[in-house]
Design a protein around this ligand. Structure first.
Ligand code: CO
Ligand code: ZN
Length: 348
């Protein structure tokens, strides 16, 4: 199958943190036939294993996407929600969403006043999420209940993946379904001597939770998180840092100014040497905000040497995230080649 089709299926699936079921089933169906074993652990992480020797390497990508949770239904039928994960409130207004119920998806919209009736001061203000509401077309609280919506129902963005220009794609949840798709492709093709654990983690966006527990149970010799990172190549970005779309996967040296992870030198060298040897373009990343599953993994047990490979992405945590498919395929290639020689870097 081509990569776009796989990305499309994964990004269009819905799986807010803690409610990753649909995504997990999809991944399972894509990977099952390539795995020696596959299981869902108690937290909900999906773990696929390809048997090799006694050395263990773990790849982690998160299945969850940011969303909202219904916290209150008003008499007139409007929903109040709490954000799950890091949203910038300005990106939420007037988006179309799905409210997930046991009977299926209900369409809703984040409503907002039209400019006609806004006061001058109001136009300049950022609307807070707590002041927003979701309109599901109901005329009353009772009608909302009849729709199957209740306190705790998850809400995700309604947005389909689309091509953008020659090599790019745009959509929701590219963070981190692009990483998930890459790990699926790597798992299918990998010829790694070590035993490979592909872990599709839950609840990354709300505190790296699934990575923490799965790393403990697997106890790998090394681990690599596969995620997206913040591209800085568009207007208005003023950080003194350069991550460009189309210039290859980003290899993290440190993120969150070192408070997230400082990549283990062996894993960093494995990734860099492999990129150099195979002439795969790459970019080095020292990030100041944002982190990945590797941050939780590397502090597991007595410490697990870990690193991060990311696909540069614009407009992360919006429904219009953008990545370049060349970066995506170079990420897949870098990981496949790295796995082939990873045992050389397991001497500590
Ligand atoms: Co994210
Ligand atoms: Zn992510």
């Amino acid at each position: 199958m081509n990569s776009f089709a796989l990305l499309e299926k994964l990004c269009n699936a819905h799986g807010m943190s803690g409610y990753e079921d649909e995504v997990r089933e999809l991944i399972s169906s894509e990977i099952e036939e390539f795995a020696d074993s596959i299981k869902t652990d108690r937290m909900g992480n999906l773990i696929a294993v390809k048997k090799g020797d006694e050395k263990k390497v773990m790849l982690a990508s998160h299945m969850d996407e940011i969303g909202f949770m219904v916290k209150h239904v008003e008499e007139k039928g409007f929903l109040r929600v709490t954000p799950i994960g890091g949203w910038f409130s300005q990106t939420i207004l007037n988006q179309r969403v799905f409210v997930h119920t046991k009977d299926g998806k209900v369409t809703g919209v984040f409503g907002c006043k039209p400019p006609h009736i806004m006061k001058d001061e109001e136009r300049k203000k950022v609307v807070k999420v707590e002041d927003m509401f979701v309109d599901v077309g109901a005329e009353s609280k009772d009608e909302v209940e009849e729709m199957g919506i209740e306190i705790g129902s998850p809400v995700t963005m309604d947005r389909e993946l689309s091509r953008l220009g020659k090599n790019r794609i745009t959509g929701k949840a590219i963070d981190d379904r692009a990483g998930v798709a890459a790990v699926i492709e790597v798992f299918r093709e990998s010829e790694c001597d070590a035993t490979l654990y592909a872990v599709f983690t839950v609840q990354e966006e709300v505190g790296l939770k699934g990575a923490r527990t799965s790393a403990f149970s697997i106890n790998p010799d090394i681990a690599i998180a596969v995620d997206v990172c913040v591209a800085t190549d568009f207007p208005g970005v003023s950080v003194n840092q350069e991550i460009n779309l189309g210039k290859g996967p980003a290899i993290t040296v440190a993120d969150a100014s070192g408070r997230g992870i400082i990549a283990h030198r062996n894993v960093l060298n494995l990734l860099r040497d492999t990129a150099e040897k195979n002439k795969i373009p790459y970019q080095l990343e020292v990030g100041e905000g944002g982190t990945t599953d590797a941050t939780a993994i590397h502090l597991t047990r007595e410490g697990i040497p870990s690193g991060v490979v990311s696909i540069p992405a614009r407009y992360i945590h919006t429904p219009v995230e953008v990545i370049d498919l060349k970066d995506y395929s170079n990420t897949v290639k870098l990981l496949i080649k790295s796995l082939e020689r990873c045992e050389k870097y397991m001497k500590f």
